[in-house]
Design a protein around this ligand. Sequence first.
Ligand code: PEP
Length: 254
Amino acid sequence: MDKERKLIIAGNWKMNKTVAEALDLVQGLKRELGAIKEVDLVICPPFTALSEVSKASLDSNIRLGAQNMSEHGGGAYTGEVSALMLKEFSVKYVILGHSERRQYQKESDALVARKAAAAHAMELKPIICVGETLQEREGGLMEKVLETQIRGSLAGLSKEQAVESIVAYEPVWAIDTGKTASTEQAQSAHAFIRSILSGMFDEPAAKRIRIQYGGSVKAANARELMSQADVDGALVGGASLEERSFADIVKNSI
Ligand code: PEP
């Protein structure tokens, strides 16, 4: 598939996989996807598996991401993990502002923006998640919600940092529900997000920022979603937990 931007497909393993299970999966992914060069591949295991998965993926085309990090560099923040700590395991990406963290940990756009700045300061690429709820979509508020989240969550980033960031459009109603946005819904939301990015930074920068789609992506719908002009990859939850389904998504996206 000829795309303006290189596709980036990331697996968000959420709170799944012991170290042994994580190692099994990464070995399987290396077997299945070891020859893929057309797509940037990222897996985001839980913190507890980062060390071993890092060693296991060192010699491969699979890059490592974390699912969250602290806005702080270090100190008295019990239970938190800093960007520097992630760098120790060769982590390159970090998911920020996932809707589950926005919902359960009450993460705000301002906090996400501070975390994004902290990630860039350590040369980690943030995957910044945005997306509307079903109620917001049905209430005609989708664009307003997305604009607020994008402006708030990328606030203060330089143009250079924005270009090195990834935005993930994840409609909350499509996450872990089996409901996927239609290709038209995904494309129009992505184009809208890019127009906001263009206003915040400029058009050339906005054209370089990769926007992933997330929400019940599976092998059966990956090709159609990825073929949309402004869809530059996927953030995959459930279907990234098994080697066959993640590998098929990647292969169907090329
Ligand atoms: C996610 O949580 O980022 C996600 C997209 O999950 P799922 O693919 O399971 O809907």
